[in-house]
Design a protein around this ligand. Structure first.
Ligand SMILES: [Zn+2]
Ligand SMILES: [Zn+2]
Length: 265
């Protein structure tokens, strides 16, 4: 299987998710023979089928936090991955809130599907998880929830970064040191700042500091969709000098041509 990233949705924010203005199935990383499903939000299984992803080939599920648009279809993907629970397999990496719930909330992961997983990893920020020749470092976020994690996923060839939902903070670029391909969740355009998410200006700062080979934006709110994610990506590229793509639903980006970066920060 070719190394690539496939977007099963690029929507974020209440209006977009509720009306499915953009799909919300998360994204798939195919890397070194492994299939990783990141943030299976509403419609993950349907969008997998729609965009030619075989959900039963999933090896790892990463759910960054317990907001519905990031983990709602977690059990459905475990169902597909284990063929209805018959083949016990796969690894789930997520937060304590998603896996075990809180005093107020039940876990998103059902007891039934918990048993069908081969491995379950409760992660918090700054953890290091080794899976074969891949190493996943969880990264810090600042979001309106107790626990939330992004990641830096290292393979022998390249490093993929994912911000998850976060506002900008001074140390955010350091979390993505030496990242080759950086996927950032944006909510609003330009300088339209919001206290829990990144806007266009924040991504310019992030791209300028991290200097990845490729920046990909996704998780668009309604205002950004109206003002054009494509225009936003062009502006980010123009101002930062970093190649930037605005992901679209179903877009698949080959990543085998990228090489590991020489340390920049
Ligand atoms: Zn979100
Ligand atoms: Zn969120």
């Amino acid at each position: 299987m070719e190394d690539k990233i496939t977007f099963l949705g690029t929507g974020g924010g209440r209006v977009v998710v509720a009306n499915q203005i953009r799909a919300t199935g998360g994204f798939i990383i195919n890397l070194k023979g492994r299939q990783i499903h990141v943030d299976p939000g509403p419609g993950a299984l349907v969008r997998a089928r729609q965009y030619g992803v075989k959900a039963y080939q999933t090896d790892i599920i990463f759910a960054s936090h317990s907001h519905l648009d990031h983990c709602n279809d977690l059990n459905a993907i475990i169902y597909a991955m284990t063929l209805g629970g018959i083949n016990k397999k796969g690894i789930l990496i997520s937060t304590g809130e998603v896996i075990n719930g809180t005093q107020k909330e039940r876990p998103w992961l059902s007891d039934y599907y918990r048993d069908k997983l081969k491995n379950l990893i409760v992660a918090s920020e700054k953890d290091t998880i080794k899976i074969g020749n891949l190493t996943l470092h969880t990264t810090k976020t600042k979001h309106d929830i107790n626990t939330n994690i992004g990641f830096r996923l290292e393979s022998p060839d390249l490093t993929i970064g994912y911000t998850s939902d976060t506002t900008y903070f001074d140390d955010l670029p350091k979390e993505f040191k030496n990242t080759t391909v950086l996927i950032a969740n944006i909510l609003r355009p330009g300088n339209d700042k919001w206290k829990t998410h990144l806007c266009g200006d924040d991504i310019v700062k992030l791209a300028t500091e991290v200097r990845p080979e490729l920046m990909i934006i996704q998780h668009y709110g309604a205002k950004l969709i109206k003002s054009s994610p494509l225009y936003e990506a062009r502006e980010i590229q123009r101002r930062s000098g970093i190649r930037t793509i605005a992901a679209t639903d179903g877009l698949s980006i080959p990543i085998s041509g990228f090489k590991k970066r020489i340390p920049t920060i």
